[in-house]
Design a protein around this ligand. Sequence first.
Ligand SMILES: NC(=O)c1ccc[n+]([C@@H]2O[C@H](COP(=O)([O-])OP(=O)(O)OC[C@H]3O[C@@H](n4cnc5c(N)ncnc54)[C@H](OP(=O)(O)O)[C@@H]3O)[C@@H](O)[C@H]2O)c1
Length: 415
Amino acid sequence: MRANAASYANKIGAPLELAGVADRSLKPLVSLGVTSKLITRDTESLILRDDVDIVVELFGGIEPARSLILKALAAGKDVVTANKALLAEHGEEVFREAGKHGLALGFEASVGGGVPIIRTLRDALAGDRQRALYGIVNGTCNSILTQMSEEGVEFKDALADAQEKGLAEKVNPDLDIEGHDSAHKLCLLVTLAFGTLLTPPQVYTEGITAITQADIAYARELGFTIKLLAIAKDDDGAIEARVHPTMLPARHLLASVGGAFNAIYIHGEALGWTMYSGLGAGQLPTATAVMADILEIARYRVADGARRAHALGLPVKLIRRASVRPMDDVVCEYYLRFAARDKPGVLGAIASVLGKRGISIASVIQKGRGAESTVPVIMRTHESPERNLKRALSEIRRRAIVDDAPAFIRIEEKL
Ligand SMILES: NC(=O)c1ccc[n+]([C@@H]2O[C@H](COP(=O)([O-])OP(=O)(O)OC[C@H]3O[C@@H](n4cnc5c(N)ncnc54)[C@H](OP(=O)(O)O)[C@@H]3O)[C@@H](O)[C@H]2O)c1
């Protein structure tokens, strides 16, 4: 911000000043202009000060962030936040409060880090009707899956390496690796894309902890790459919203998005497919998005208090609650991996149970003997509702023709 102060002043038509920083552990950063005089622990007094126009919330978590944002809005301050967890869980309340006061709630940094996806959906794509979106929105998971795929390591080693490199939380990485962070972001993307309110419990969420090196290798053999995707589809009002490991064609643009990069691939009825990609986290990408929000608000402020555009593109009262299709009714193709007992008739028995549930097999890979008395059998199925697949898999498990619960990964090929 300091390095670009002159350019910001030109863009806004007035200088931008840092009024203060509330943080319980920050030490002065004199080279960045954050002197001890600017730092305070009394957050509430700072945000309510008369000379503060814009409050930027970067504490994270639900409280006190939620209360502080509501207080700032009630006091006539515009707000910028990167807090996807708060917006996913309490978005309706805080967006409504911003709308009530005609104030801005900028949240560009909350999804995709530096990738300008919020503005893109709210403004640039506003003239179209979005039908589907597929997002790689968690850099930690994408780094881990990329390393598993490129270096042949198992999940726990890739996670340890990501933790060592600062790409994954050391103490509790579950928010990322269990898919919850992606679900938070999907809630915001769905509201912007489809104009429906969605909360995290409505999103089917499955992380990447069960992905094995064997799955990655078989996926490659079948021409697929495994990514953790946040998927949303609008089928004339019935919304699909799910986060899970997904096999997608290795030649697809999303498959080439590696490491800490994020990408959001969107299908609009008129525009067709577009993709937006870049670094999904980190100081400078995140700061770029935060600054974009601050500049937009500062321009409004300079334009004599004009009422802000709705943060979500339309008033909260006009946003419907999402009616989400139950996962059992979602139709996918599947990759299945069985540890089949090495005896005659097992393959036929598996195929017969699948057939009974209307699941037809597209291809089969059968390898030599596994470590013990089982052989790995890999199948790719044609489309089927998930309910049928789960029933078939539990019947196969009950029949004692396989060891262990069969593994399955959903395939998305038509994107
Ligand atoms: N890091 C990224 O790349 C990134 C990207 C996009 C969005 N975000 C979002 O940005 C937010 C912040 O993430 P971060 O990674 O920057 O977290 P962080 O490194 O933990 O920074 C948060 C800072 O706020 C301070 N803080 C938290 N609660 C406070 C309180 N009640 N009073 C005073 N100070 C408080 C923390 O102090 P302590 O250190 O003492 O706790 C810490 O200095 C989160 O909502 C996150 O989801 C982050």
